[in-house]
Design a binder for this molecule. Structure first.
Ligand SMILES: [Zn+2]
Length: 211
């Protein structure tokens, strides 16, 4: 089973519907979103500790390519997200909303390989320095991660507790581009307020027990 066709086409490009929804919730430019390519990572490719499968695998954005772990394309098995169900499509959109937030970061570090290498190095350094100090939520706590998580944060608050039946998500699931755009247009003020509230005040970091 491929990625949800409402969101990603056969060549790994975001659909026009996905581009409009992601642009509104992430603030990332439609141009960057249109240039992104979603690819399955080889099973042993993402071995870094932050991709433990307890979180259902993950993804890594390098340059304009968003690599998703194999379970995102699997119809069954642990962490399967490729079963074509509304819930899986929602999880895809939510995770794309996060990964899309890394596209401008990669752009800032340059499209060429040395830039990509610098970006990965910076990400790894932030992750490592954070990991030394905290045992939990290391992936989510770095400045690059907080910046990238805007879209997922906005989407969660926009769609609420029952996202699959939310009107925006229902339009996505029907592949109804016009209805999705109309909903976003009608809720521009809500979107603006959510973007203005991000990043939220974080809880003070819990002591790791050091004196
Ligand atoms: Zn991330």
């Amino acid at each position: 089973m491929p990625a949800p066709p409402e969101l990603i086409d056969a060549e790994g490009r975001l659909t026009p519907l996905a581009i409009d929804v992601l642009a509104a919730i992430t603030g990332v430019s439609p141009r960057l979103l249109a240039e992104a390519r979603i690819r399955p990572a080889a099973a042993n490719w993402l071995r870094a500790p932050w991709y433990l499968h307890r979180r259902g695998g993950g993804a890594l954005t390098v340059g304009r390519t968003i690599w998703f772990t194999g379970n995102w394309f699997a119809a069954g098995g642990p962490g399967a997200r490729g079963d074509g169900s509304p819930l899986s499509t929602w999880r895809w959109l939510r995770h794309l909303a996060h990964e899309a937030g890394h596209l401008p970061q990669a752009e800032r570090h340059g499209p060429r390989l040395p830039g990509k290498a610098r970006y990965v190095a910076r990400f790894t350094l932030q992750y490592a320095s954070r990991a030394v100090r905290f045992r939990r939520d290391v992936h989510d706590g770095t400045p690059l991660e907080i910046e990238a998580d805007r879209g997922r944060w906005v989407l969660d608050r926009l769609t609420g507790a029952a996202p699959v039946t939310h009107p925006l998500m229902a339009a996505v699931l029907r592949g109804d581009h016009a209805a999705a755009v109309a909903w976003l247009h009608a809720h521009q003020a809500d979107l603006r307020a959510l973007h203005a509230a991000y990043p939220p005040q974080r809880q003070p970091a819990r002591s790791s027990g050091r004196s």
